[in-house]
Design a protein around this ligand. Structure first.
Ligand code: NAD
Ligand code: MG
Length: 389
């Protein structure tokens, strides 16, 4: 039996992971499940899967979790420290699917135990790529990408020499506003930005898809995970979300990964790797689909992509600043303090101020310097938003 843990178990990726585990429960021993405020879901899954421990991120909900687990034999714990502790428990395979910078520490802890880390939490690579890749190397642990684009690239590279790769193209659906004018985007509400045409995901990543901040994070994630130069990475708008990524080789060949927009594919590939096992995903009928469309992203409507390249060029701790500023700007938009297009303006202003000397962006990357940068960038972003009120 494989020992598995799922962090962010109550979220969209977490629930899809549990769906796959549920289909073959005898194959897995569940060590830890973590969640947030959805105690009922967390407790139900932990009891059914006979987890060792269930952890809520919120200490004030510990009693509720204990009540929900009473008599089940599943341990209940709470708080960020408890999530870290759970990540230190021996497991063969750990899903990192907490959203945001909070996913970094548990991922690092799991790697330190030598676990295989299925990485959905792209923020880990964006904020602390060198740290997370270095920790994996030091402890002989493996990281498997779960973002659909990165899983697609990973699959496109099987058996290939990375030295023969010329370019990596990740696709973007264009999100909720792909056919909207700039004027309409300026007036867009969080509710409008929260509905995705193709993928069913958590609210934050759905809004990030509409602004292409998600794609900007993924471009940085690509650079950090595959260790390529940022000039090799391209973004292609593909409204159907069927081609997830393409790898371009020096002989001109493009290897495309084509599949239904269902995260259980990337999750299942990481769960069963290096084998391919049957997955409950739709089989595409290309004759019926008939056409697929591709176009270049409009830089005027998606400034986040330009910012990603500036961040990669600046390097150091810039990714941590970028992600933190983006998270605060996203909160500002969700809470109606700033407009949709202002998110990129806020992030750009934060980067300008930090690169201007408010922070040692080129300091050595440690958990401490990443947290300091995250903290300064969040504070600066809140200041920038307040100045706009
Ligand atoms: P979600 O919002 O649906 O779920 C997030 C999970 O994290 C929940 O279990 C929540 O309780 C937990 N969580 C939130 N804040 C936390 C905190 N501060 N501390 C501890 N736990 C916390 O998000 P999601 O869409 O499942 O995305 C999870 C991660 O996977 C993100 O990094 C996202 O970018 C990435 N991802 C998601 C998809 C997708 O299809 N949903 C695709 C690719 C990558
Ligand atoms: Mg993705």
């Amino acid at each position: 039996m494989r020992k598995v843990s799922v962090f962010g178990a109550t979220g969209s990726i977490g629930q899809n992971t549990i769906d796959l585990i549920d289909r073959d429960p005898a194959a897995y021993e569940v060590v830890a499940l973590s969640g947030g405020r959805n105690i009922a879901q967390l407790a139900e899954d932990a009891k059914r899967l006979r987890a060792q421990v269930a952890v809520t991120a919120h200490e004030e909900l510990l009693d509720d979790l204990r009540d929900a687990l009473a008599g089940s034999g599943v341990e209940a714990t709470a708080g960020a420290g408890a999530i870290e502790e759970a990540a230190c428990r021996p497991a063969d395979w750990v899903m990192s699917a907490i959203v945001g910078a909070a996913g970094l520490k548990p991922g690092l802890r799991a790697l330190e135990q030598g676990a295989t880390l299925a990485l959905a939490n792209k923020e880990s690579l964006v904020t602390a790529g060198a740290l997370i890749m270095g920790t994996a190397k030091t402890h002989g642990a493996r990281i498997l990408p779960v973002d659909s684009e990165h899983s697609a690239v990973f699959q496109g590279l099987v058996g290939e020499d990375f030295g023969s790769v010329e370019r990596i193209i990740i696709t973007a659906s264009g999100g909720a506003f792909r056919d909207w004018s700039l004027e309409d985007m300026a007036r867009a509400t969080p509710e409008q930005a929260s509905s995705h045409p193709n993928w069913n995901m958590g609210q934050r990543i759905t809004i990030d898809s509409a602004s292409m901040f998600n794609k900007a994070l993924e471009v940085i994630e690509t650079k950090e995970f595959f260790g390529c130069s940022h000039e090799m990475i391209e973004v292609l708008v593909h409204p159907e979300s069927l081609v997830h990524a393409l790898v371009g080789f020096r002989d001109g060949a493009l290897m495309a990964h084509v599949g239904a927009p269902d995260m259980r594919h990337a999750i299942g590939y990481a769960l069963h790797w290096p084998e391919r096992r049957a997955l409950p995903v739709e089989r595409l009928d290309l004759a019926k689909i008939g056409q697929m469309h591709f176009r270049a992203p409009d830089p005027a409507r998606y400034p986040a992509l330009r910012l990603a390249h500036e961040v990669m060029e600046a390097g150091g701790l810039s990714g941590a600043a970028f992600n933190a500023a983006k998270e605060v700007a996203l909160d500002g938009f969700i809470e109606h303090h700033i407009g949709f297009l202002e998110m990129a303006e806020v992030v750009e202003e934060v980067l300008t101020r930090l690169w201007g000397g408010a922070c040692h962006i080129n300091a050595e990357m440690t958990l401490d310097t990443v947290h300091q940068t995250d903290h300064i960038a969040r504070k600066t972003a809140r200041d920038v938003i307040a100045e706009r009120q």
